[in-house]
Write a protein that binds this ligand. Sequence first.
Ligand SMILES: [Zn+2]
Length: 279
Amino acid sequence: MRNRRRAQQRVAYIVSCEHGGNDIPTPYAPLFRGRARLLASHRGYDPGALLTARDLARALHATLVVATVSRLLVELNRSPGRQFRCSPIMRDAPPDVRDDVCRRHYLPYRDKVEAFVARAIASGARVVHVSSHSFTPLLDGIVRHGDVGLLYDPARIRERELCVRWQRALAALRPDWIVRRNYPYLGKSDGFTSYLRKRYDAASYLGVELEVNQKHVRGGDVPAGERASIVAALRQALAPQARVNRASGARRKTRASATMRASPPARRSGASYRCESRD
Ligand SMILES: [Zn+2]
């Protein structure tokens, strides 16, 4: 009975992108004067992550929450209390400015994701959350050997199994790529997925961070063919859990309910935030 109930459990998909751009809203522009180069670097945002997130959301019929303000303004992928630590500018900004940034950017973004997850789980669904990022190929003089990283908590079996399947499927589609797990960061260190894991058990919430090496970025984005491989591999990896094949959705009404749909992803885009992961 229990197994049957589990097999029938709906899956609600959410794709987020915390570091999708390097915008600095006008009120804070004076703080960033002379910082154009820093803003344009990997410390300012995750090049390529935004479009990858959009593709993932479209393929999964997922709710999409993105931000295009720079992580140097506020780090959306850090837990409360840590959102200004990575920024040499905001670390020393006046408290009222930081409060304002939190109210306008940090809280609305975090609330949007948290509200979706809370609502889905309360309705009996299991949440699969993919957070889209990219990483710099060279950090502190060290070359990172990997094309794609999948970050998760190794103690969570479902997350691990999903990432093993995603890794295998992607390696099969792109034999020339190095696809690694929990590289270049550990999935369990502070991030939005880690924060949500503390609130929901492993059966209710799966959080995975996708990290794409920025050496793949051309003209600001990961090329379409490469994004398509990443998306196709995830769909293959998810197949044992829930069918997300859009083409089959209309024919299989029962399975259509396996995907929680909200508003079309593009219209659910968050305000404008942005940042990078952990480097
Ligand atoms: Zn990032």
